[in-house]
Design a protein around this ligand. Structure first.
Ligand code: CVU
Length: 541
């Protein structure tokens, strides 16, 4: 591949929309680009940046869709192009340009947990897949390893990279036990017939194109969007009294949850911020009930971020069956004893998964508390009975307390980072307990819904290692130490179509495999194209 005979690879870097995040994370991007550039030079090519460092803004990211479109006007359409990411980025900044780029595209991230660069690249990958844009993808610790060098050489020569995807098995090609198939199909038929409402508080969070499911695809599986506004949520928060917020907070304190309160609104979590989050929780439940929603998603990070505290504590509470009661104005408890499955960052693919999983798990006699996590990073770990690649699954704020060994008593709330969340608000943070899990991801490709499913386990790492992983990433967010059965690091990265991965616990290992098979049958019955990934015991043996 050398369409211009100049042996020149162009580079664009997409960033956040929030200036503070772009400024703080710029250093990491610079370091990564220098390493990447050296790797490309070793192969006899040179890297050319399509946009420069902005002295006034003090960073060199594309920080808006407008800027992205303008930058792409100067990129010759046939040149090889790298999108390099070491930070969380908004895909729509570069999506427009990439949809018309004719030359080979490579997305690259550095294998670092410092900032969510891998997360940003995975979002971009899922979005490009949904948009039907061809691309290849690579990642590296320091851009000197063989895996990266060989992948880069392949891309420079052929314009594409073929990754090892032998861990993927289409559901169509396998036979699961009849009894499991019946349970899954019967559940799905009832679900589709019963229909469900997905409450969407402002669609399209942070340019996550992959997270928007076209209505017609949802209708085909029996789910219908209720388009709700974050303004209405904010207005409703203002009708919740202080006494009601205090009651919610007291409930959490009584359960043993701790709050890392300080006094400085700009950098610390304050009691006032937590009470505002309690009001948001009550308002969200009331709106969900009044619109008859079966699941809701609050995007928060654009819009509400300029008005009020983070939504994370709210989201974690909603996803748990045991949560502070919320009553109608005339005293009837809404959704008594039930979770209200919530999809973080209005990731509607995760919303489908949250809804299906919550109800299916309950039908199978298991706790349906589920959540998405970011695929943030990971490292090999050897010690005790663990000799595996252990992922750092981390989500930007909250998981259901049922995922922690001690429930609410082992949960704490920390202030969200000021660079992303100026007005503060706390997280629902803890360490996910060890145990078998089923993981999944629903995504859109070629105008259809697909799902990847596998099994794994959450492991207990020594306290020092947990702290090391937290310090290397975002210590204010909840963490899960996950091992995926039969799916290597590079296999997951090559295949996965989103920044998020969905997880739910099973009571024991055989139950995880059985539930994974049943869920696959249910999704297949809904018309979703399913693939098993890794070592799922397909035949039940
Ligand atoms: C706070 C950031 O914007 C995060 O939300 C981002 O890193 C993500 O988690 C994206 O899934």
């Amino acid at each position: 591949m050398d369409k211009t005979n100049k042996k020149e690879v162009w580079l664009v870097a997409s960033g956040d929309l929030r200036l503070a995040a772009n400024q703080l994370c710029w250093k990491a991007q610079e370091t990564m680009e220098a390493q990447l550039s050296a790797a490309i030079e070793r192969q006899g090519w040179r890297l050319k940046r399509a946009h420069g460092y902005h002295t006034e803004k003090q960073h060199g990211f594309i920080d808006s869709q407008r800027m992205g479109i303008d930058v792409f006007k100067a990129v010759p359409p046939d040149v090889p192009l790298i999108v390099a990411e070491s930070v969380w980025q908004y895909t729509h900044h570069v999506l427009a340009g990439l949809t018309t780029h004719r030359g080979p595209i490579l997305t690259v991230a550095n294998w670092s947990g410092q900032w969510p660069g891998l997360v940003g690249m995975l979002n971009l990958n899922g979005s490009l897949t949904k948009a039907g844009v061809a691309y290849s993808t690579l990642w590296s610790n320091d851009f000197t390893d063989d895996f990266f060098d060989q992948g880069l050489a392949e891309w420079l020569e052929k314009g594409m990279i073929k990754h090892d995807l032998r861990h993927v098995m289409p559901f169509d090609l396998v036979k699961i036990p009849k009894a499991d198939e019946q349970v899954g199909r019967s559940f799905a038929q009832r679900m589709r017939r019963g229909k469900a409402i997905m409450g969407v508080f402002d669609e399209g969070c942070m340019g996550m194109y992959n997270a928007i499911v076209p209505d017609d695809l949802l209708h085909a599986i029996g789910i219908f969007k209720e388009r709700l506004s974050q303004s209405a949520l904010y207005a409703r928060m203002r009708t919740v009294g202080n006494a009601e917020a205090e009651t919610v907070l007291q409930w959490l304190l009584d359960k043993g949850m701790t709050f890392n309160w300080g006094n400085d609104e700009g950098t610390e979590l304050t009691r006032r911020q937590t009470l505002e989050q309690c009001k948001m929780y009550v308002a969200a439940v009331r709106i969900a009930a009044e619109f008859g929603c079966d699941t809701i998603g609050i995007q928060y990070q654009q819009g509400l971020k300029d008005l009020t505290v983070a939504s994370d504590l709210v989201e974690g509470l909603l996803n748990n069956q045991e949560r502070p009661p919320v009553y109608s104005e005339d005293g009837i408890e809404y959704f008594a004893g039930e979770a209200i499955p919530h999809f973080n960052e209005v990731d509607e693919c995760a919303g489908i998964d949250a809804l299906v999983t919550y109800h299916l798990w309950k039908e199978l006699g298991m706790n349906g508390a589920n959540t998405l996590h970011d695929i943030r990073w990971g490292e090999y770990y050897k010690g005790g009975d663990i000799d595996d690649f252990v992922w750092v699954f981390l989500i930007s704020g909250a998981v259901p307390a049922a995922h922690f060994a001690g429930g609410y008593a082992s949960a704490s709330s920390w202030r969200q980072s000021p660079m992303y969340f100026r007005l503060g608000g706390g997280t629902l943070r803890g360490i996910s307990r060890p145990g078998p899990i089923v993981w999944s991801r629903i995504y859109v490709r070629e105008g259809a819904l697909l799902a990847d499913l596998g099994v794994g386990r959450v492991v207990n790492l020594p306290e020092a290692e947990t702290q090391r992983r937290w310090q290397a990433t975002s210590p204010e967010w909840p963490i899960m130490h996950a091992v995926l059965d039969g799916v290597g690091r590079d296999q997951l990265m090559a295949r996965h179509q989103a920044n998020h991965i969905h997880v739910v616990y099973a009571t024991d290992e055989p139950a995880a495999h059985r539930a994974c098979r049943i869920k696959a049958a249910a999704l297949d019955e809904l018309g979703i194209k399913v693939h098993f990934c890794g070592n799922v015991k397909i035949s039940g043996q």
